[in-house]
Design a protein around this ligand. Structure first.
Ligand code: DON
Length: 304
């Protein structure tokens, strides 16, 4: 299949949508992103790469980092992870507090902020310097040692992180957080601030399309069953309260971030990343979703 032509067609069709979304503006460092950027990259498990647009530009991966932290924790502690976090869609916004009180401080899933904070806590208990561990993991996956934290974004998030602080404190009051709040928030904001480009992001997701194994290596990051579960979680919870709509329109497991990127996988075939900073009302890339919808429609490839 000539994916390059399809990517060019997609770009043509999404162009009228520029201006319909809004770049994240809760911190100045994100508000200054160029809304007109668009990049899309496909990496196949056979080692092919197809790109279109601004695929070498860096952006902060934000909540997409929650997939990597979850993978790291799941591979390390296995089934015990479910004592701390659930695996149900929340149907609420990514930073919502409302369900936590009724559900005794156990977040619905690892991809809402509450769940990701619990995962960060588990990683600190497991590794001590979890920040370094997460960054190394992403440098290995992307095969790029220049993958790094955006210090301005991380520090700015810290200055405005009142809701995340509330979530972490609330969960600590239920006994679902072990380490001190400050180090959890610091690690969480830093892993959200990791800078990558579309090509690196697609490459880093490829093991999820390949039963947990990095293609071309014998490196098994997750068991086949764990990879299946991670993908199921992305499908049901990866785009927060827009996950149902994403499954309906795109039909792939995927994860979004407020930096404007979405990464998705087609099992046994490929990983796809798309970046367009304007967000919809749920905090997901408006054009990114459309681009992925066009991709699965044009190619006839989805998990359904
Ligand atoms: O916790 C936050 O507010 C951000 N650093 C990450 C949120 C995010 O990416 C939500 N996804 N769409």
């Amino acid at each position: 299949m000539n994916y390059s032509e399809i990517l060019a067609e997609i770009h043509h069709e999404i162009t009228p949508l520029f201006g319909q979304g809004k770049v994240a503006d809760y911190i100045p460092a994100l508000a200054k992103m160029d809304p007109n950027k668009f990049g899309m990259a496909i990496t196949t498990i056979d080692g092919e790469l197809f790109t279109f647009g601004n695929t070498k530009d860096e952006f902060t991966i934000q909540s997409i980092s929650k997939v990597f932290t979850f993978v790291k924790a799941f591979s390390g502690i296995g089934e015990k992870i479910w004592e701390h976090v659930g695996r149900e869609p929340s149907g609420t916004s990514f930073n919502s507090l409302v369900q936590l009180e009724h559900e005794f401080g156990i977040p619905r899933n690892p991809f809402i902020n509450a769940g990701a904070l619990v995962i960060t806590d588990l990683l600190i208990s497991e590794y001590g310097d979890a920040k370094k561990e997460i960054l190394n993991f992403l440098q290995d996956l992307s095969q790029d040692r220049s993958v790094r934290f955006d210090l301005e974004v991380a520090e700015s998030e810290k200055q405005h992180g009142f809701r995340n602080a509330a979530l972490a404190n609330f969960m600590k009051s239920f006994g679902n957080i072990e380490n001190d709040i400050e180090s959890i928030l610091d690690t969480y904001f830093y892993h959200c601030s990791i800078l990558m480009n579309c090509e690196e992001l697609a490459k880093s997701f490829l093991f999820l399309a390949n039963n947990g194994i990095i293609p071309g290596s014998n490196k098994q990051l997750l068991t086949k069953s764990q990879a299946k579960r991670t993908n199921a979680l992305m499908l049901s919870c990866g785009l927060y309260d827009e996950s149902g709509e994403f499954a309906f329109r795109v039909g792939l497991p995927g994860k979004s971030g407020v930096g404007g990127a979405i990464a998705a996988i087609i099992p046994n075939k490929m990983a796809i990343s798309v970046w367009s900073p304007e967000l919809d009302e749920y905090g997901n890339s408006l054009i990114g979703i459309k681009a992925l919808e066009l991709f699965t429609t044009k190619t006839g490839m989805s998990i359904f």
